[in-house]
Design a protein around this ligand. Structure first.
Ligand code: FES
Length: 651
């Protein structure tokens, strides 16, 4: 009689095994993704499986009534102490006795899939660099003298197939008491990144340790630093938080920070210390929010633009302030957190910094590419990450291009007469009646429109207008006939509304007047329109340059990334001519795609290899030296554009 047939689902892997083979052993031999931390000792419960006798007939083999061995004492003890879902077994304890179909539930798969919730929902396969394993180390023997660490290395090789593990002095100091206290069993946290030829021990515990391993995915922006605290075992996001980048006090935008470093000896060191301190503060805060010990954070994945990248690493960014914008290094980096003076996280924590694409196209853009996968797209997708600099990707499965365009801070509400950051009290949505020219608006933190009853009490003081608000205001002014295609605001006589006030030799549009109550008069001035025109022209010209390079005059899809992209209205962006003409339902927001890219890199070593490959393939266009950029920029100054048609706007 032949050996029993075992079929694993959902992988479909199958094989015949001798009666009495543990399910975990069969799974390992077939390469089935079945987790184990304790190495089959019946302690960790990671190996839970679900025998599915009922499904067996469809595979065309005879159903065995007692296909798995009876419950043993280890399983009974585990179930009584910690509980188990009915029908589940421990794969390391249950033995194969006859033909059987065995389902591996998602939580028992090492490379389990976690779902990312966003407009562009997709799955991320877990492939973490850091994990724990329980190992049983041989006791010392006078007849075969060897060090405890050497026997630990041998045990990891024999029990887990992991060769040549390394440990630093702090781990070696703790090893002997840990081994003896744990009865020669220790759990070790192991790390092997995609650049490492060795596995290193980050931490160890006596006996079996079932505590968490956590990581931080950080999007280090020039204005804010955002972080997701993730469980490294399954990729779940436990909390997300952010702090202002304290480097703002050295300069609002990137170039002013580079200038600060140029003009002030030691200025780069000050900025480096400030950003590292902020990451420590953020790590401490986000851990406290979730009750996680900061010392349980063993990994960080960081994405940032090139200037932030250099300042984080402690590299003077001066070369990034002048052509040819040479990076000290653009490759990805695997570092010790200690090298970056990050003291809040575990002392042995590792940091993965994603690769930069070019001198002005950073690791944040690489992270957007990792998240949005333009290289897998069958249609031509334009991805725009709008910040102080717009980082732009265009491509499909044949080719991907990237550039950066100097939009300046106007889209963030800076350089706008009543502009402010997106915060409660800022006008964020605007509508203007084309007949009466009267505005209505909404402010951040209030769901009512300004002409709804109860608005004044619910909205509180109105303090200014944020980036999405000024974009909507300018687009609405154009649609209401208050603004001509050149971007000039008409007079009261020309437009028929006294809200268009004289303002020196130009005019301004009065959006809101709280002066009677001692509040501000919020105007859209001619200078504001110019600032938005310059920003949108730079963005459009960058996109157009990439379209020229590929040889197309239309894209199939536009993805707006970044927090700003999440708030901007597709219709208003197109009325302004910020983005090329495309059906409005083909403009989607990807949210903080750079942060999602950081999360993916944190969760998966394979994804790190993937993004490094992708960055090597992306063709970079330098807008500063492309003569056509200036031509596109000038034509894009008109609203929506001097030359390019926008047929979708008239649909
Ligand atoms: Fe740990 Fe089965 S492998 S309980």
């Amino acid at each position: 009689m032949s050996d029993p047939l075992v079929i694993f689902t959902p992988s479909g892997k199958r094989g015949r095994f001798a009666v009495g083979t543990p399910v975990l052993t069969a799974a390992r031999q077939l390469g089935v993704d079945l987790d184990s931390v304790c190495g089959g000792r019946g302690i960790c419960s990671k190996c839970q499986i679900q025998p599915g006798y009922g499904d067996f007939a469809k595979h065309g083999v005879t159903v065995a009534a007692d296909a798995l061995s009876e419950w043993n004492a280890v399983e009974e003890r585990y179930k009584s102490k910690r509980g188990m879902i009915d029908g589940r077994r421990l794969g390391c304890q249950a033995k194969i006795m006859g033909n059987v179909v065995i389902d591996v539930p998602p939580e028992s798969q090492v490379h389990k899939q976690v779902i990312r919730k966003s407009a562009t929902e997709r799955e991320i396969a877990m492939d973490p660099a850091t994990r724990t394993v329980l190992v049983e180390v041989a006791e010392p023997d006078m007849h075969e003298p060897s060090g405890d660490f050497e026997r630990l290395q041998a045990a990891l090789r024999d029990q887990w197939g992991i060769e040549g593990v390394t440990a630093d002095l702090a781990i070696l100091r703790r090893l002997q008491p840990a081994l003896r206290k744990g009865g020669w069993k220790v759990t070790v946290a192991l790390h092997k990144g995609n650049h490492d030829d060795r596995t290193r021990i980050l931490d160890l515990w006596s006996g079996f340790f079932d505590g968490g391993l956590y990581g931080l995915a950080i999007d280090l922006g020039s204005t804010t630093i955002a972080a997701h605290l993730c469980d490294l075992r399954d990729g779940r996001v436990l909390a997300s938080s952010g702090v202002m980048n304290p480097q703002i006090r050295f300069g609002e935008d990137l170039m002013s920070r580079v200038s600060y470093a140029m003009m002030n000896p030691g200025g780069d060191i000050e900025m480096t210390a400030a950003v590292r301190q902020a990451i420590d503060t953020l790590a401490t805060r986000i851990a406290a929010e979730t009750g996680v010990e900061p010392g349980a954070i063993y990994e960080l994945a960081i994405v940032c633009n090139p200037v932030m990248h250099h300042l984080l690493l402690g590299i003077d960014p001066v070369e990034l302030g002048q052509a040819p914008f040479a990076l000290a290094t653009g490759g990805s980096l695997s570092l010790d957190a200690r090298d970056l003076d990050l003291g809040a996280v575990n002392r042995a924590a590792r940091v993965y910094v994603l690769p930069c694409i070019a001198g002005h196209v950073g690791a944040d853009c690489a992270a957007v590419a990792l998240s949005e996968e333009p290289q897998k797209s069958t249609d031509m997708v334009l991805i725009v990450d709008v910040g102080t600099n717009a980082e732009i990707l265009l491509g499909n499965q044949d080719r991907v291009l990237a550039c950066s365009s100097p939009t300046g801070p106007a889209f963030e509400g800076a350089q706008i007469s009543s502009g402010q950051r997106a915060a409660p009290g800022a006008i964020e949505r605007v509508e203007i009646d084309p007949a009466t020219k009267e505005p209505r608006f909404r402010v951040i933190g209030c769901d009512l429109w300004s002409d709804d009853p109860g608005f004044a009490a619910a909205a509180g003081p109105i303090t200014g207008i944020c980036g999405s608000g000024i974009i909507e205001a300018v687009a609405e002014m154009r649609m209401a006939g208050l603004l001509d295609p050149r971007g000039l605001i008409g007079s009261a006589e020309q437009t028929g509304t006294p809200r268009c006030e004289p303002d020196g030799r130009t005019h301004s549009y009065l959006l809101h007047d709280a002066s009677a109550a001692g509040g501000p008069r919020i105007l859209v001035t001619q200078g504001d329109i110019r600032a938005i025109q310059l920003a949108k022209s730079a963005l459009y010209a960058g996109a157009r340059l990439l379209m020229d390079e590929i040889g197309i005059d239309k894209v199939d899809r536009v993805v707006l990334a970044g927090a700003f992209g999440a708030h901007i209205s597709a219709k208003h962006a197109m009325v302004l001519g910020m983005i090329p003409d495309v059906p409005l339902d083909r403009v989607i927001s990807a949210g903080n795609a750079a942060g999602t890219g950081a999360r993916i890199a944190l969760a998966s070593v394979a994804a790190r290899d993937g993004v490094e490959d992708l960055v090597r393939q992306i063709h970079k266009i330098e807008t500063a030296i492309e003569p056509r950029f200036q031509e596109h920029f000038v034509n894009a100054n008109a609203i929506p554009h001097a030359v390019d048609p926008f047929p979708e706007l008239s649909r």
